[in-house]
Design a protein around this ligand. Structure first.
Ligand SMILES: CSC[C@@H](O)[C@@H](O)C(=O)COP(=O)(O)O
Length: 338
């Protein structure tokens, strides 16, 4: 999608250098920087430290990283590199599907180029899926549901390109409609305020950031026509793991009769997981809750602490929304009603 007049993807193969290129998402929206690396360990660290994040982007980045590992260190591929990438983050199942796909390819003893082609095919399939999801979603949202609330960043930064939740919004805008988006800031890492609002702004889409705790009140006042979120893992019964706060949104949506759509590619489904009870939820450092960074009046990045020193913080990164709170799950092959 666009930044200014140029199109970018969140992660891609950088053929000039034979490495992986990604957007350093922790610097956004204040600084735009792309990193290129030929080292699989640096790619694994980029996933762990959330330089890249969002379920489909995590999967594609791991696929590229494993193509690099095949080239750099083939003898340790199965025993070290595949487990190394699988350990980078626990909740988004796309990561595990990508590792499985690259492992299967490696078992056929391919050339380095074939492994890179496999990773590219993996990433391209995600982009095609997201585009198709958007076309399906746009049909729903075009029927009067134009004040859309979204949570976290399920945009193109999270999904290589197009986004999952945002894809429908972009399709509507490209068709000349004028969607409006309430962007939940998404505590504690603020993916909504930092990333989604920036993405939408770059695409010229009207949006407004709000505190997560404002969402239910906006629904109570009839100012939200639909909620669209992404997912990190969808269990076989339709329970959906997504960014912390999604479950609370679903309760408010149900109470106010607001439709809640989940937009996700098939790579986010985990049919081996019977229900949300089996989904591993990432626990992150409490520092993310009590510390913040941003730019000061001179444009320099500063970190501040908002709570008393020595007070601990609880930081579950995801929650599970039960299927009965979800109106529909839109994926590339159609619409599923849990
Ligand atoms: C299209 S991505 C959907 C989800 O991955 C997204 O909503 C989300 O929860 C991302 O979490 P993050 O911790 O930023 O990787």
């Amino acid at each position: 999608m666009r930044i200014g007049k140029r199109s970018y993807q969140a992660v891609n193969w950088h053929s000039e250098s034979g490495g992986v290129q990604w957007i350093e998402q922790r610097l956004l929206p204040h600084r735009f920087e792309q990193i290129v690396s030929p080292f699989p360990e640096e790619v694994a660290v980029a996933i762990e430290t959330m330089q890249v994040r969002g379920a489909p982007t995590i999967g594609a980045t791991a696929a590229y990283g494993l193509a690099l590992a095949w080239k750099a260190d083939r003898s340790r591929y199965f025993d070290y590199w595949v487990p190394r990438f699988r350990s980078t983050r626990p909740t988004a199942v796309n990561l595990f599907h990508a590792c499985d796909a690259m492992q299967q390819c490696a078992e056929t003893d391919p050339s380095n180029d074939e492994m890179i082609e496999r990773a590219e095919a993996y990433a391209e399939a995600e982009v095609a899926a997201n585009r198709a999801i958007g076309a399906g979603l746009a049909e729903y949202l075009a029927v009067g549901e134009r004040r859309i609330l979204t949570h976290c960043n399920a945009g193109w930064l999270a999904a290589v390109d197009w986004g999952t939740a945002t894809s429908g919004i972009y399709h509507l805008a490209h068709a000349g409609e004028k969607p409006f988006v309430w962007v939940d800031e998404t505590r504690p890492r603020l993916q909504g305020a930092r990333l989604t609002a920036w993405e939408l702004h770059q695409e010229g889409i009207d949006c407004r950031i709000q505190a997560d705790s404002a969402a239910a009140w906006m629904m109570a006042q009839g100012k939200v026509d639909a909620i669209v979120v992404g997912a990190d893992r969808i269990a076989a019964n339709g329970d959906v793991a997504n960014k912390i706060g999604t479950y609370a949104l679903s309760l408010a949506a149900k109470a106010h009769g607001v439709p809640m759509y989940v937009a996700a590619p098939k790579s986010t489904f985990d049919l081996g997981c019977a229900s949300g009870k089996g989904i591993p939820i990432e626990e992150r450092d409490g520092g993310e809750v009590v510390e913040m960074d941003g730019v000061d009046c001179k444009g320099e990045v500063q970190q501040i602490r908002v709570a008393a020193t020595g007070v601990g913080a609880n930081n579950p990164a995801f929650d599970v929304t039960p299927f009965e709170n979800i109106t529909a799950i839109v994926c590339e092959s159609g619409v599923w009603r849990p």
